[in-house]
Design a protein around this ligand. Structure first.
Ligand code: AMP
Ligand code: MG
Length: 353
């Protein structure tokens, strides 16, 4: 399959591009486009055949449902039966934006493979001007998971999408690098107390300011209940080389790197600039930075997937990643890093532990 490539020129209307790309979607083809979180791979959510093409191109397991994207809030009423009060408050506060809300689905309104057979649907109105323009031009509910091969780090640029999916999808709209860099927060509003199923671009703290206390999926998993976001059981976001999260002093980092190198590994570091500076004296390292000097969590989020992907173009055989504080977007950063690492930690032993 030929993959059509459109480049959005900033400061121009790009009307022709949006019309062409929307035509592809209306014909039941797949088109990748930027959102403020990561690039999505879109298809008509009312067409089972179109949606099937997403699963095929990504190699995505069929029991992992897709998020439906809309350009206008009123589109939701076509395929959702009810908007509970807390969902309405969240919509007012965070849409357009990186928050996906799980709501009861209207039977028969969407292709069955969008919801993977569930009675609910995840809905989101993105804020990126390119996604809004495309969604408006198509004026269809568009199912769109991240535009990567299943299991790989999500794409934050059109080049990442092309790397994974060229020849497998009908088109890519290149709108530059994405902003947040991590996926949307997913919150289930079908339960009396809403439950965060996946941390993401909107933090739990921000949500609780609007609707009060919510449950988080971490607690649900701890209590051995079946996960409600089916995607949670799969490994995700992983580069080719194994990833370890390292926690400890600079001395511990030195020691850990040395041990890996003595075992014949080519070591890659996914760290902030401050830590990199302290490890520069070591030889033979491949370093990818997640931040410049300020070390803001927002910057780490933005650079995380790019960094993970970068190691696939090197000969690194092991990646050591720094860990971050679990506040605000740090919760989502650590969630993705743990999945990329398969929860493998290397922690410094401390006295008394
Ligand atoms: P992705 O499309 O790769 O960003 O992943 C979408 C995430 O949203 C996955 O973890 C899905 O399991 C979750 N999701 C989508 N729809 C639903 C739904 N109806 N109920 C629960 N989780 C959902
Ligand atoms: Mg994904």
């Amino acid at each position: 399959m030929d993959t059509h490539f459109w480049k959005i020129e900033m400061g121009q209307a790009n009307t022709e591009i949006y019309q062409q790309a929307a035509e592809f979607l209306k014909k039941g083809e797949t088109v990748a486009f930027p959102t403020e979180t990561v690039y999505g791979l879109g298809a008509d959510a009312t067409s089972e055949q179109a949606v099937q093409k997403i699963y095929q191109a990504k190699g995505r397991p069929a029991d992992n449902p897709l998020i439906v994207h809309i350009a206008k809030k009123e589109q939701m009423h076509d395929f959702v039966t009810e908007i509970p009060q807390q969902a309405a408050q969240l919509i007012d506060a965070f849409w357009p934006g990186p928050l996906t809300i799980i709501l009861p689905v209207r039977s028969g309104a969407l292709a069955r493979n969008v919801t993977a057979g569930l009675q609910t649907v995840g809905v989101r109105m993105p804020s990126h001007p390119v996604s809004l323009a495309l969604l408006e031009a198509a004026y269809l509910p568009i199912a769109a998971p991240s535009a990567n091969r299943s299991g790989r780090p999500s794409p934050t640029s059109a080049a990442h999408v092309a790397e994974d999916l060229t020849g497998q999808i009908a088109g890519i709209v290149d709108g530059g690098e994405t902003g947040v860099g991590l996926e949307s927060t997913v919150i289930d509003c079908t339960t009396e107390v809403p439950t965060i199923l996946r941390p993401g671009g909107v933090s739990i703290e921000q949500i609780e300011q609007v609707i009060g206390q919510v449950h988080s999926a971490k607690r649900v998993l701890d209590s051995a209940e079946a996960p409600k976001a089916p995607g949670m059981k799969y490994t995700h976001y992983a580069p080719n080389a194994p990833v370890f999260i390292v926690e400890g002093s600079v001395e511990f980092w030195h020691e850990t790197i040395r041990k890996q190198q003595e075992a014949g590994e080519k070591v890659g570091l996914l760290v902030s600039e401050g830590l990199a500076d302290k490890l520069m004296d070591m030889d033979n390292l491949e370093i990818w930075l997640t931040t410049s000097r300020e070390k803001s969590l927002d910057q780490v989020a933005q650079q995380l997937y790019k960094g993970l992907r970068a190691f696939d173009h090197t000969d690194c055989s092991v990646i050591l990643a720094e860990s971050y504080e679990r506040t605000e977007i740090g919760e989502a950063i650590m969630n993705r890093l743990e999945k990329a690492a398969g929860s493998k930690y290397l922690r410094e032993a401390t006295e008394g532990r």
